[in-house]
Design a protein around this ligand. Structure first.
Ligand code: FAD
Ligand code: GLY
Length: 387
């Protein structure tokens, strides 16, 4: 899986299944590298999890026990973000609204404080640059937060990006670099013959490709044509979210804030996102009263001034969760097929590293050590070990 882009050989052709941030970012990088790329998107680009997201780049605040293995990948991608954003904005001519105030994880009670101090001990033991700040300091930084605030973890390197603008910029950049983006073009099947992917079937027509990239997010398992052992174990993990409207000239919050029961993400345009549930409900798109109530109540406890804000939008999206909640990156049992899926709660964070590593793999046959632990093969190994 190498060798396109040279001026003497024919360019490598790549078909990408899925036009979310992952498929589009890979398309951009591959097209820049000289490949002839087509993105097939079932609906409109960026209309899947990529538009439902909160856009937090939270490698530090979201580090949890049991997920230490993801940390190197998450931090590497986080470190790529400033350069990636600057390059993408320059290349596409579109803004991403990357905000760099950092993240506060607040305690509202003595119990919350004890829990957060324990969490901080774990996270700093991993070398993450987090620190405890006093209630007075939290209120100085965010005067509208509840007077109940008992203190907070401050994470200076966990920033946020406007994920919808990210998807738009990636599409523009991919097309400018020469990729073709075909919306409303569901891939009916990945064409596999003699253990090799040779292209995709779209509207009954075979579209030949040297390499097929499976980047269909939560729908990746449902794409037809693959033998059972090559189907990635990805499921939808539903997230409900609410967008409130602040006065963009007098916003009531500037940091990303994690409060007990909800996170709050203030956008430059005045939207304030309140998210998100984590539900194992398949592809059920409904918004439920209980979830919306719980999110608003948790947000209100942290930031009482939301009471006056208008509700602009409520939405549900589907995170692509793999069996172990880590991404699935790289090759598998079908030759010519590359996986870039299963990014779960961190797909926006992981966009730069995924695009770079997958493009390097396809264009140059280079297997970035950072993605080695995340191959599809790990599931076969764990199944064999369980027998
Ligand atoms: P998607 O954006 O879902 O794109 C997949 C695309 O494939 C879709 O557009 C779909 O239409 C298309 N498709 C499916 N089947 C086919 C087919 N057969 N043919 C053609 N196209 C097909 N991540 C973060 O890093 N930070 C966050 O703060 C964050 N918050 C989140 C909050 C919520 C509520 C949710 C739901 C997710 C959040 N995430 C966050 C996760 C992040 O949004 C995802 O991991 C990321 O968007 C995955 O991108 P993707 O391109 O793989 O998938
Ligand atoms: N990463 C935030 C979410 O998935 O809700």
């Amino acid at each position: 899986m190498t060798g396109s882009g040279s001026s003497t050989s024919k360019p490598m052709t790549v078909a990408i299944v899925g036009g979310g941030v992952i498929g589009l970012a890979i398309a951009w990088r591959l097209a820049l590298g000289g490949a002839r790329v087509t993105v097939f998107e079932r609906d409109a680009t960026g209309s899947g999890a990529s538009q439902a997201s909160a856009g937090m780049l939270a490698a530090c605040a979201e580090a949890e026990p049991g997920e230490e293995g993801h940390l190197a990948l998450n931090r590497a991608s986080q470190n790529l973000w400033p350069g990636f954003a600057a390059e993408l904005e320059r290349y596409s001519g579109l803004p991403l609204d990357l905000r760099t105030e950092g993240t506060l994880i607040i305690a509202l009670t003595a119990d919350d404080e004890a829990r957060l101090r324990h969490q901080l001990e774990f996270q700093t033991s991993l070398g993450l640059p987090l620190q405890w700040i006093s209630a007075a300091e939290v209120r100085r930084r965010e005067p509208h937060l509840s007077p109940q605030v008992a203190g907070a973890i401050f994470s200076p390197e966990d920033h946020q990006v406007e994920n919808r603008k990210l998807a738009q910029a990636l599409r523009a950049a991919a097309e400018k670099a020469g990729a073709s983006v075909r919306e409303h073009s569901p891939v009916e099947k990945i064409a596999v013959e003699n253990g090799r992917a040779g292209g995709v079937l779209v509207a009954g027509k075979f579209e030949k490709a040297d390499v097929v990239v499976l980047a269909a997010g939560a729908w990746s398992r449902a794409v037809e044509g693959l033998p059972p052992q090559a189907r990635p174990p990805v499921r939808p993990v539903k997230g409900q979210m609410i967008a409130l409207r602040m006065d963009a000239k007098a916003p009531i919050l500037s940091h990303v804030v994690w409060a007990p029961g909800a996170y709050l993400v203030p956008r430059r345009d005045g939207r304030l996102l309140v998210g998100a549930t984590v539900e194992e409900k398949g592809f059920d798109p409904s918004l439920t009263a209980g979830a919306q109530l719980a999110l608003l109540e948790a947000a209100w406890r942290a930031l009482p001034a939301i009471e006056e804000l208008a509700i602009e939008e409520a939405r549900a999206g589907f995170r692509p969760g793999s069996r172990d909640d880590a991404p699935i990156l790289g090759t598998g049992p079908v030759e010519g097929l590359v996986y870039a899926t299963g990014h779960y709660r961190n797909g926006i964070l992981l966009t730069p590293i995924t695009a770079r590593a997958i493009a390097d793999l396809i264009l140059h046959g280079k297997h970035d050590p950072l993605i080695r632990p995340f191959g599809l093969g790990r599931f076969a190994l764990s199944a064999a070990a369980a027998e």
